[in-house]
Design a protein around this ligand. Structure first.
Ligand code: ZN
Length: 416
């Protein structure tokens, strides 16, 4: 069914819930009752990669509704309203580069620019977004009908060899921080260690200082992208519970970005939360030779997609759309996602699983779960499985806020 024909109904539901009671189902096939419950919940996502779009030369209008099937984007204000997403942690993500003074300086500056772009997005739309520094802020912003913008940092390569920069990023609003991304760095071993390899056996000496300082400042530590050894040491060393902002279950798919049950149980025993990722759900078959060849030809023709603007970008999107229809990418589906969510809840309980960690705008999304407008599907499924609205309130946002509060309370208790 063409979604475009159904969007007006979804918008109607988002703006006038009572109107939906006479119409069923919604654009994504969710009942009006489940949609109403979903819209009542405070939902937070712990890893929004959307800020990377803001820094592309063509920019990104967060106030405009985009089409995931056209440009692949997954988050904007109209879709936050449709999907009932009340905010989250907007990531300052930087890829791993050389562990050199030049590499450190370059990435530090890029991270500062990304932080500024998030603040600009909020400053330009003060009626729609507001920066949250505390749990109280988040509650107040939500009550005012605005979207919650916490900042987070994915990869702390940006700190270079200067641990005091963590204070700078805290002052800029960062409240959730992970030491590493793909490629072991100066702080920690990565789940994908790359050419540097597993150098530290977990956290480096600087990585241990990083955990201590994050605790003192009241930042939550994020174990996603860390090696198992790093995650375990973060759990052991951190004075407050840690979050896996976008993570999966290794018992269902043996992948280094997923965590084994024993470590997940240890995370939960210390009060932590795993936010369910849509990536690495199963070992997908490789793309067909035809798709690989077509992608190569497109790349040769257009170069770096992030740099495309204007008519050239639109032409690229036309060709990419045709390519995807002709040679679809192998993709896990919504059923695979629900299987992981239900497994996680059974293993850890509703206090230690979160539903907002799909890696939107960072490569996440599934067949049948394409962007944030699909989020109510998870709510409906969990209601059908017997979970209550109170359970859902924990998993969509309450658990995350509990961990943020614990980090803040600890910081206040040790403040000199
Ligand atoms: Zn990531």
């Amino acid at each position: 069914m063409a979604r475009s024909k159904l969007i007006p109904f979804a918008l109607l539901c988002a703006t006038a819930l009572t109107a939906c009671s006479t119409l069923s189902p919604s654009a994504i096939g969710v009942s009006p009752e489940a949609m109403a419950i979903h819209q009542r919940l405070l939902s937070l996502d712990t890893h929004l990669d959307t800020p990377a779009l803001l820094d592309a030369p063509r920019g990104y209008d967060i106030m405009k509704r985009h089409d995931v099937e056209r440009d692949g984007s997954q988050v904007d204000l109209p879709r936050m309203n449709e999907g009932g997403l009340d905010g989250g942690f907007w990531a300052i993500y930087m890829g791993q580069g050389p562990l050199t003074p030049e590499g450190y300086a370059d990435i530090r500056d890029k991270a500062l620019i990304r932080s500024t772009s998030i603040h600009e997005m909020v400053a330009a739309n003060p009626g729609a977004f507001e920066i949250a520094l505390t749990v109280d802020d988040a509650m107040r912003i939500h009550a005012a009908g605005k979207k919650i913008v916490f900042l987070s940092m994915e990869n702390s390569y940006e700190l270079g060899d200067d641990i005091t920069l963590i204070d700078t990023f805290f002052k800029l609003g960062v409240r959730l921080i992970g030491p590493v991304h793909n490629g072991t760095n100066q702080l920690a071993d990565s789940a994908n260690p790359g050419t540097v390899g597993a150098k530290w056996g977990g956290l480096s000496p600087m990585g241990r200082a990083f955990v201590k300082r994050a605790n003192e400042l009241g930042m939550v530590l994020d174990g996603s992208h860390s090696a198992d050894t790093t995650v375990e040491q973060m759990i052991d060393l951190s004075a407050t519970p840690i979050i896996l902002s976008h993570h999966g279950v290794r018992a269902l798919n043996d992948h280094p970005r997923n965590l084994p049950d024993a470590l997940l149980k240890k995370l939960a025993a210390r009060g932590g939360v795993i936010q369910m990722n849509t990536l690495f759900l199963k070992a997908s078959p490789p793309p067909s030779a035809e798709r690989v060849a077509a992608l190569k030809a497109l790349s040769d023709k257009y170069g770096t997609v992030a740099d495309l603007t204007g008519a050239k970008y639109e032409a690229y999107l036309d060709e990419m759309g045709t390519l995807n229809r002709t040679y679809p990418a192998p993709m896990a589906d919504f059923e695979d996602y629900m299987k992981q969510i239900l497994y996680g809840i059974k293993l850890l309980g509703v206090d230690h699983v979160g539903l907002g960690g799909a890696d939107w705008d960072g490569g996440g999304g599934l067949s049948g779960y394409r962007d944030i407008t699909y989020m109510p599907k998870v709510t409906e499924r969990l209601l059908k499985a017997g979970y209550t609205e109170a359970d859902l309130a924990k998993m969509w946002g309450g658990n995350v806020l509990r961990v943020v509060k614990a980090a803040q309370d600890y910081a206040a208790s040790v403040k000199k």
